[in-house]
Design a protein around this ligand. Sequence first.
Ligand code: FES
Length: 537
Amino acid sequence: MTDVATQPFWEKAISLKKLEDAGKLVVKISGKQILLIKSGDTIYALNNRCPHEGFPLSEGTLSSDAEERECILTCNWHSWRFNLDDGEAIVGGDAVRLYPHEVRGGEIWLDISNPPPEIMRKKAIDGLHQAFEEHDYERIAREIARFERAKGDPMEALTLAFSWAMDGLESGTTHAHAAAPDWLALRGSPAITNATDKRIPVVEIIGHLSWDCLMQKGPFPYSEKIAESFDADAFERAIEEEREADAIAQARAGLAEGGASLLRGSLQRASLAHYQAFGHSVIYLDKTYELVELLGKPAEEAVILPLVRALCSTAREDLIPEFKAYGPTLSAWSNAGNKIPDGDGFRDQGVAAAMKLIAASSNTGEALYDALMHAAWDAMLHYDARYRSFTDKPVQQNVDWLDFTHAITHLNAARKNCADQPHLWANALLQTGCFLGRNSKFVDWQQDVENWKMADAEPLIGDVLEGMLDHGEPIYIFPAHTLKLATALREELSIKPDASWKPVALAALNRFVNEPIKRKHMRRVVTQASNFVELEG
Ligand code: FES
């Protein structure tokens, strides 16, 4: 940033006569390129770099509006159009900067001082909000750069983005929230040192939130009701009975009384009450509280209320036939099972059989956790990738990599939250069994996985994470999962560097990042839709 005072700072630029002869001229002062234009009796002084991609506006085309009251400059590269009376973009996004000017004794003088930083920050935030509404990724990046350049804290911009997203999301929390703490962890890692790379996670989080909102037809405002005082039982009952307005009223009261930490116990119980949203709930809970930690109190409402909404609206898969063994096994849980668990023992076991195996090992503590972690990575390593390409299977068999990654990130999130409430372990472990049982139909144990083996966790995990900074994937949800999976693995290995399941985990991660996800299924979608319509009668 050119260091120019924020107080008026006048510099002599050029003689009026010279500008009148030329019509327009570019002058360079203190590192700034300023375009001077004389149109009729009016002089305009503006930044010569187009705020879109920086091409010179001196090559643009001048015109007037229909009534010839305003002078319009069109940048000829991509046709952004600027009203030179105020610098605002008539077509395009960002405004072009204008410079105050005066004619003194036949000379044109320019005030090249920068506006005060608070004005620049406000302008950047206004621009960011507009870019957020339109999912203009490039402008999001520009406005974040401008905000930081004016000494703005990117965490403040992020907090605002979470608040803008609130009413835009019908089902509350999304993977944009869930991936955000992992992006911020990457931003803070010692491997990421330069300012530009540190900005990428911020832009990606805001872009993802913006995209998720754009894809839904909001707004979906929250109830403004607030309970008289926070009542944990009433809060949990409202979530269980999917009464969002009542749950939100309790959440608001809890936030006012004791902040996010007061709600945490209830939200842990609610997020593990069911096998819900295929394990997303506890992942969302875990990441929401990481966000609260990273962004602080100002972000509490913006991330907690969407989580409450998500828990109220999420599907409870344990209520559908495929997972019906979950409820009775949980009810009968005794913490008395002493059978030493064997991770390979989960191979080819359906949901009910997986429930039985877990219950039989219910008193083996860490050994059971490790066995489930092994089984989840093992299933992922042996995913039958033909399911990415089948087009003639029923909808229930639309199984892809992400069905496998969730089992692992679910277990990772559960470990951290069950530490606070050990009685929730039964729920978490049995829910992992739901993943394993369901996924057991979509693996190929005969496939050769030798080539995927890796000797060391690093540099594999480090490379995967560093690669996230330029992942090249336009659909946010896919890199979000890669990021969450690699981060979860790093976390788990930081606790247990020699975990028994480490070799299979590294091989599975290696295979996952080297076998592309099929992102669009044209023939499958049309075939399944056609079959469905045939049965409609
Ligand atoms: S650079 Fe000016 S419109 Fe694109």
